[in-house]
Design a protein. Structure first.
Length: 368
């Protein structure tokens, strides 16, 4: 046997077989199109070599090619002996390998991840508050200490109020059919990874089209139906996502609040003849936010949202990005002697995924 080590010979045979199979006229091999030699394994005594063949077209294509390659074993052995100068070439055993199919599944997943990436830019928020020296001088005891801390307290509450209104404003703009939310002279996209507004009738997930905006007004029946629609959404590969909506988000509308709590607030079903069990009881958290009140129409259905909070958290559905946490510093102005408080933070918000939310009562939405 030549002085080739098994590892070196395996690689040489792999290279030779890969080049030679492209010259074959056998239709089962097809000139080696979509085929690759994933690896070769020469036995320790050099008597035989396993040649693994895979195809990006799947395992069946590889198995068909193996039959053609096996029938051309003599051609490959002569080529290997001539190129490597071997007196006796190892016997070749061609084996279909599904690693190409696995690689394609990984590649498809990477493409899915790439499609679902979205960049959300941060906004800088600054604020300043001053307390005059005279106010501090005239205060006494506990009041003086409260005033001295007032700057930090005021700025902190202002920050959280700003964040809250910003996020709800973004959500409200999406419910209103807008592709952006403008605040402070800057636009924030309401679109998600597929470049559609987070509430849309034509989202794509895999080969299927999904709608997550409906015109139906809130009722117990609509709540149940929308939950079912959301639970049936699948991922790019067709696998179940296990979505389970658990949160209802509504504006501060009396009639809608009444309808929501009548639907979910009692263990017994008031609409049933025998006062049976209410299957919606105990499943829901309710968020009522006045920042969404601009969505309340003069007449007709009031928009509402169902959200899976766990899926949202795991998959970055609604994103709040706190790039720089709130920083508050104080100093005394050299000229006025006033106490000056400066606040600084960077944050942003947006949507990456759409599958965690579904909306009802939306103008222009589909009907159940």
């Amino acid at each position: 046997m030549p002085s080739y080590k098994a590892g070196r010979m395996s690689e040489d045979i792999r290279r030779i077989v890969f080049a030679k199979m492209r010259e074959l006229k056998d239709p089962r091999v097809g000139g080696g199109e979509s085929l690759t030699v994933t690896r070769c394994e020469v036995s320790h005594d050099g008597s035989y070599c396993k040649v693994y063949i895979s195809s990006i077209d799947g395992a069946q294509r590889a198995e068909t090619a193996v039959k053609g390659l096996t029938s051309a074993t003599g051609i490959f052995k002569r080529e290997i002996s001539n190129v490597l100068g071997l007196r006796k070439c190892p016997d070749l055993k061609f084996i279909a390998d599904n690693s190409g199919e696995s690689s394609m599944r990984i590649f498809d997943k990477l493409k899915t991840i790439k499609r679902e990436l979205k960049i959300i830019e941060n906004e800088t928020w600054k604020s300043r508050m001053q307390i005059t020296r005279e106010i501090i001088d005239d205060a006494h005891g506990d009041m003086k200490r409260i005033i001295q801390r007032a700057g930090a307290t005021k700025l902190t509450s202002g920050y959280y109020r700003t964040i809250d209104n910003f996020l709800m404003g973004l959500l409200g703009a999406a419910l209103g059919g807008k592709d952006k939310y403008t605040i402070g002279g800057r636009d924030y996209a309401t679109t998600c990874y597929d470049s559609k507004c987070v509430f849309s009738k034509t989202h794509k997930s895999g080969s299927k089209t999904y709608c997550n905006m409906y015109a139906d007004a809130f009722s117990k029946d609509v709540l149940g139906k929308l939950s079912t629609v959301q639970q049936n959404v699948k991922d790019e590969s067709g696998a179940e996502l296990g979505i389970a909506p658990d949160t209802i988000i509504i504006p501060n509308d009396y009639a809608l609040k009444k309808a929501v709590f009548e639907a979910i607030g009692s263990e017994k079903d008031p609409g049933s003849a025998n006062n049976g069990f209410n299957y919606l009881f105990g499943q829901w958290n309710v968020i009522i936010h006045p920042a969404l009140n601009f969505l309340i129409p003069a007449s007709g259905a009031v928009p509402f949202i169902l959200l899976d909070s766990k899926y949202n958290e795991r998959n970055d559905g609604n994103v709040f990005q706190n790039r720089v946490s709130l920083e508050i510093e104080s100093h005394e102005d050299k000229d006025t002697k006033n106490n000056v408080w400066d606040a600084y933070t960077r944050f942003s918000g947006g949507f990456v995924d759409f599958r965690h939310m579904i909306a009802g009562g939306v103008t222009g939405g589909e009907t159940l």
